[in-house]
Design a binder for this molecule. Structure first.
Ligand code: CA
Length: 230
């Protein structure tokens, strides 16, 4: 089931579209303002966002720029026909596709499938990360160390996969907060430390005697295979 977020202020479009998308077996959350949509996008982490441009509190393009600062979720703009300049600005601002009003639910659904097919988050296109004896498969969401399955929470899994896909590089807490937690950087950076300590325990290591997770003081953390000193 694809989890959609529809950001649309016009109830005569929103209500029937929600119904039509649900009939097509999608889970649909909806927001009728830009800021409400941004909050829902961060809280619910939908698979795809359908974004109207004419919103009461903020232009949809502005919302898209704010969203892109913290999230790579696919976005389809839904806009009026005479708004070509806005479409171009929307694509330049990071939208993945657009539909022109009025559009049918069938057309939107086909575009949703097309965007998700080519998206970096589709299971087929995401390779397992292998570092030393560590293997993390985002398709099946399984992680193992030397063949033994690791029992990770969803957040621990995302954190480990993010670090493993950048193995050998120092990843900052800011990047982890925006890419894994999808929240703006702020006072919550202790969250990263806490999750890292949980991960270390599950990997059978400590900050003082690391095997895979190396803290780089004042900068961030680097995942690398034991013995792979950099
Ligand atoms: Ca509108």
């Amino acid at each position: 089931m694809v989890r959609l977020l529809l950001i649309e202020d016009d109830p005569t479009i929103r209500t029937p579209l929600i119904r039509a998308l649900r009939e097509r077996d999608h889970a649909v959350a909806a927001a009728h303002t830009a800021m409400g949509g941004l909050q829902t996008a961060l809280d619910e982490r939908p698979d795809l966002v359908i974004l109207d441009l004419g919103l009461p509190d903020l232009d949809g393009i502005e919302l898209l720029r704010m969203l892109r600062a913290v999230s790579s979720v696919p976005v389809i703009i839904a806009t009026a026909r005479d708004d070509e300049a806005a479409i171009i600005r929307g694509l330049d601002a990071g939208a993945d596709d657009y539909v022109v009003k009025p559009f049918t639910a069938a057309q939107l659904d086909a575009r949703i499938r097309a965007v998700l097919r080519r998206g970096p988050n589709s299971p087929q296109s995401v390779a397992a990360a292998v570092v030393g004896d560590l293997r993390i498969d985002p398709g099946t969401r399984e992680a193992s160390l030397a063949g033994a399955n690791l029992d990770l929470t969803p957040r621990e899994f995302d954190l480990l996969y993010h670090l493993a896909s950048r193995a050998g590089q120092v990843v900052t807490k800011r990047e982890l907060l925006t890419e894994v937690w999808r929240v703006p950087y702020g006072s919550a950076d202790k969250t990263v430390d806490v999750h890292l300590s949980w991960l270390r325990r599950k990997l059978g290591e400590t900050a003082q005697a690391p095997s895979y997770l190396h803290t780089v003081r004042g900068v961030g953390v680097r995942l690398s295979a034991p013995g792979d000193r950099r």
